[in-house]
Design a binder for this molecule. Sequence first.
Ligand SMILES: NC(=O)c1ccc[n+]([C@@H]2O[C@H](COP(=O)([O-])OP(=O)(O)OC[C@H]3O[C@@H](n4cnc5c(N)ncnc54)[C@H](O)[C@@H]3O)[C@@H](O)[C@H]2O)c1
Ligand SMILES: O=C(O)[C@H](O)COP(=O)(O)O
Length: 315
Amino acid sequence: MPRPPMLPTLLILNPLSDQGLQRIGQDFQIVYAPTAEQRGAAIASHADAIRAVLTIGSIGLHANEIAALPKLELVCALGAGFENIDVAAARERGITVSNGAGTNDACVADHAMGLLLATVRGIPQLGVALHQGIWRDALPLPPSVSGKRLGIIGLGTIGKQIARRAAGFDMTIGYHNRSVRSETPFAYFASVLELAQWADFLVVATPGGAATRHLINRPVLDALGPQGFIVNIARGSVIDTAALALALREGRVAGAGLDVYESEPLPPAELLDLPNAVLTPHVAGWSPESVAETVRLFLENARRHFSGQAVLTPI
Ligand SMILES: NC(=O)c1ccc[n+]([C@@H]2O[C@H](COP(=O)([O-])OP(=O)(O)OC[C@H]3O[C@@H](n4cnc5c(N)ncnc54)[C@H](O)[C@@H]3O)[C@@H](O)[C@H]2O)c1
Ligand SMILES: O=C(O)[C@H](O)COP(=O)(O)O
């Protein structure tokens, strides 16, 4: 009887459910190393077998790890972000890199709207007050959301999904992006500063990495002003956290709804005691539905790559 073909060996660096691992295990020999301690050991002991790596943006894959894997030909980010994958080092070796573009965009956009509504309307804070027996007459009225000016920084896959949802709230939408999105009807602002001067609310939806580091700094926050709110579902590095914490503390910005932090995976110490910050632990993109979708796209990209076809979402 002919022997079944050997499944390629896949190194998985991100935590995955048993269900996800089982599904991926039908197509790959899995080396599962979701902790920092397991990672080095897994690379050292399986270096000559590993042909593909599955990771996420925050965990990445570094140049020295790529160099240590002579058979590596495919690196996939499960989600949209890939800021810690050394794409240049992979390209130099002719290694294909892909991401999960468009698999969790709706989930992230829903979460962004949730953070915006919760932050502007003060929903968590009002809930706490109610639990303390405080009724509305003793509380300041939170501002309206509908009809306001929303500035989106990074009008890509997720930014556009946020715009669609904001249109349902009758918001006027402006944006700043690397380039003009002439396919959209929205007003383009050439700088983040000009967008912040115009907007009531800012939502950050750019990639992370060096090119966007601290794009939101003290001058931008001051331009947004004491009635302004900011939401970040992109990457913590895009906002200067110290400047934001100070602006929130001094009331120079009204509030912030944040899913991502410079301190990840540690919680953002300087924001935790601020009553005008609504915080979630980098979950905007993750739901059972979106994870299933990211795994499906990864498997499709892998199937294509190992049968000599181009991946659907190359980087
Ligand atoms: N919080 C979460 O769970 C979560 C989930 C998914 C994605 N994300 C983050 O959201 C990011 C965006 O995802 P996407 O799928 O929309 O990506 P995308 O590539 O489709 O869109 C990014 C947009 O940002 C713009 N951009 C890039 N650099 C810029 C700069 N310096 N200044 C202005 N605009 C710039 C690009 O032109 C593009 O339009 C991801 O890279 C990831 O970091 C977070
Ligand atoms: O980029 C994404 O899709 C999500 O933010 C997941 O991010 P992570 O890759 O850092 O978990």
